[in-house]
Design a protein around this ligand. Sequence first.
Ligand SMILES: NC(=O)c1ccc[n+]([C@@H]2O[C@H](COP(=O)([O-])OP(=O)(O)OC[C@H]3O[C@@H](n4cnc5c(N)ncnc54)[C@H](OP(=O)(O)O)[C@@H]3O)[C@@H](O)[C@H]2O)c1
Length: 240
Amino acid sequence: MPELHFEDKVALIAGGTGALGRAVSAAFAREGARVIVTYRRQPEFDGFASQSKGSAHGVTGVMVDATDAVGVARMIESILANTGALDILVNTIGGYHGDKRIWEEDLASYEQMMSLNLKAGFVLARAVIPVMIRQSRGWMVNVASRAGYGQSPGAALYAASKAGALALFDSLAAELKSYPICVNSVVPSIFDTPANRQAMPAADYASWPKPEEIADVILFLCSQQARIIHGAAIPVYGRT
Ligand SMILES: NC(=O)c1ccc[n+]([C@@H]2O[C@H](COP(=O)([O-])OP(=O)(O)OC[C@H]3O[C@@H](n4cnc5c(N)ncnc54)[C@H](OP(=O)(O)O)[C@@H]3O)[C@@H](O)[C@H]2O)c1
């Protein structure tokens, strides 16, 4: 991979203490970016922060519910007051719900899927894109899912929420065509996380992409070298 330079960049990683979020945060910190992660549970952030001490700027955290527009606006104001810029937003927030057919589903599960997989990205983008427009600079990557392309029996709500996210960021990219801001999605199938190993103990983990491998793709998408990639949905299925 060509050398990537993030020393002068401020990166906000939403869900940055989750399985993929940790790898993404660590990758940006390793490359010298100033990294801010969102989290919801203090012990999860404390565990992550103690592992990230060796990086150039360390990693700071903000406890926020990313679906809360007021809380997110406050967070962005505070980041700008502390750093003066916000160059990169990676949204790794999301969650899975399945094993039910549509007619067996309840409304609470519908709301939860839309909230995690669609609303959080909308609230974050809505707050951050105006900052990037003012700066005339920015990169955003949203993490979608292969399920968003449909045909996911037993996981229709998850699939619909991820399809919505793909459409949302594709449309955002079209709206930003004349601005120097790159917006892309990455589209994982399954990847190697402790939760997936626990849920599928008999699976062949070796074929699953590692979070660090997906993080490298995201890093590249946020680099100067990838500036012609805009409005893409990059599959990171590996061989799954
Ligand atoms: N794992 C897979 O195989 C797979 C496959 C395809 C796509 N994806 C997508 O990849 C992304 C990352 O997955 P992952 O496995 O790394 O998930 P994860 O470990 O569950 O991480 C998600 C993170 O988002 C946080 N979060 C959830 N709701 C939030 C909210 N309202 N505000 C702020 N933070 C919130 C979670 O915090 P809490 O821990 O406090 O809930 C968690 O730290 C997700 O979008 C997922 O749908 C995953």
